[in-house]
Write a protein that binds this ligand. Structure first.
Ligand code: HEC
Length: 144
């Protein structure tokens, strides 16, 4: 009987561990690596949000620093910079946006921005990765 009770406790402990999102068990660098894979290999945010070179290839030195979709009105041509997470979102608001497709102010971006419904693990990984990307440098006056 006693062993069975222990087994049951063990099983409960395991369930408790499983109830947490998987992302909680990843180190931050593992989370960023997973987000890199998702963003650049699966959901392809850069197809719209990364600027293009003259040869139409995405400029990988300026990842997610803002691009054009070529979509006609009333759709949105400008896909704004999201590198470093847009200033109008906190980290948690950005994670939530990736799960709901709704901005912190309750609005939805216009098409062709897809309304993503990522699960929490994927949303946390994508946000962790995008947070590491440098924002475009503001136009700085030339140093003498
Ligand atoms: C098919 C093109 C396309 C793809 C792919 C795409 N976006 Fe967008 N995204 C847009 C456009 C266009 C807008 C601007 C919509 C508007 O102006 O209403 C936008 C808007 C946004 C905004 C709102 C920015 C703000 O300041 O309000 C966020 C955040 C965003 N995208 C994140 C992402 C992320 C993260 C991914 C990948 C997971 C992604 N987008 C993939 C086209 C795209």
């Amino acid at each position: 009987m006693r062993t069975m009770a222990f087994a049951a406790l063990g099983a409960l402990g395991l369930l408790g561990a499983c109830a947490q999102p998987e992302s909680a068990n990843l180190t931050s660098s593992q989370l960023v690596a997973r987000g890199d894979y998702l963003v650049n290999g699966v959901v392809l945010c850069g197809d719209c949000h990364t600027p293009r070179l003259e040869n139409m290839q995405t400029d990988e030195t300026r990842k997610l620093q803002g691009g054009h979709t070529g979509a006609p009105p009333p759709m949105a041509d400008v896909a704004p910079e999201i590198a470093g997470i847009p200033a109008t979102f906190t980290h948690e608001q950005f994670v939530s946006f990736l799960q709901t497709g709704v901005r912190p102010d309750g609005s939805h971006p216009r098409p062709p921005m897809p309304g993503y419904r990522l699960n929490e693990d994927d949303a946390r990984a994508v946000a962790a990765y995008i947070a590491t990307l440098p924002r475009a440098q503001a136009e700085a006056p030339q140093q003498p």
